[in-house]
Design a protein around this ligand. Sequence first.
Ligand code: DAH
Length: 338
Amino acid sequence: MLNDIQTIKNLAGEEIEKADSLKSIQELKIKYLGKKGILTGKLKSLGSTPQEDRREYGRILNEAKICIEDLLSKHEAAFKTLELNKTLQTQRIDVTVPGYFIPAGHLHPTTQVLDEIISIFTSLGFNVEEGPEVELDFYNFEALNMPKDHPARDMQDTFYITEDIVLRTHTSSVQVRIMEKNAPPLRVIAPGKVYRCDADVTHIPMFHQLEGFMVDRDIKMSDLKGVLEVFIHTVFGPDTKLRFRPSFFPFTEPSAEIDISCVICKGAGCNVCKNTGWLEILGAGMINPRIFEMAGYDPDQYTGFAFGMGIERVTMLKYGIDDIRLFYENDIRFLGQF
Ligand code: DAH
């Protein structure tokens, strides 16, 4: 028995020394110390050895076991280090290699410009309000001084849902909605989608507008001019000139269309401004007292100004885009430029 153990120990030692991989070390571990391993077999047979020898055999067997275990784990660790070094050599990460470019989307140009415009007006104390896109004829037309038979309704090609319900043709519809619910003083901008049955290079059936209005005692045309100047100079640069041209809107009196000096030729004349040096950018005026009556305000106490602009139009002027339809064709080559 003692000889047996010695032989097993020596054999195991030789085999472990000769092993040339982690795998063969693991196989030897099973061969000698596994459930059906050689040394394990001897330990199991300890029960059938004579009582007087059992203690001594047990001790020697245990010694042999510890010795083989030590040898195995020493070699196992050596092979593991070897393999780790090999992996580190072959699978090195070069952190200087440029990364993959993952294309990311961005906000639509109309949204970018709208966000900029909103931040300008909120910095001037205007609050952002919204109204419904499916609107009562009353707020879209009648409350704005356009009764059913008013010829000004023809200026806007309306989508009617019923006799009394329309897709709003402009964000001016928000004016009386807000005035009905809030007493002056008021400083409001109302951005949103509007709809007109119209389609060509400068018109599409759905586009965005931003309405602005301010109501208080003693609001004057010069207040309108000051607010619009801040807006225009921020969006188009401080050298941009403004021109107020007399116009007509049923909801403002007096009314004006506001032009800016051409962003391309700076006023010298080019084909974008049709050689006039000016580009029309928005409509505005002093709120017609009839609107205050509709909203329940006293027109003898309050005055106000209002203005309305097309967001796509402002974006087109800002970037020199000549076809409004480009905004909604979803062509990445176009949208990617912003
Ligand atoms: N609602 C007008 C339109 O869609 C734009 C407009 C003009 C709004 C003059 C105003 C204004 O508030 O005062 O054409």
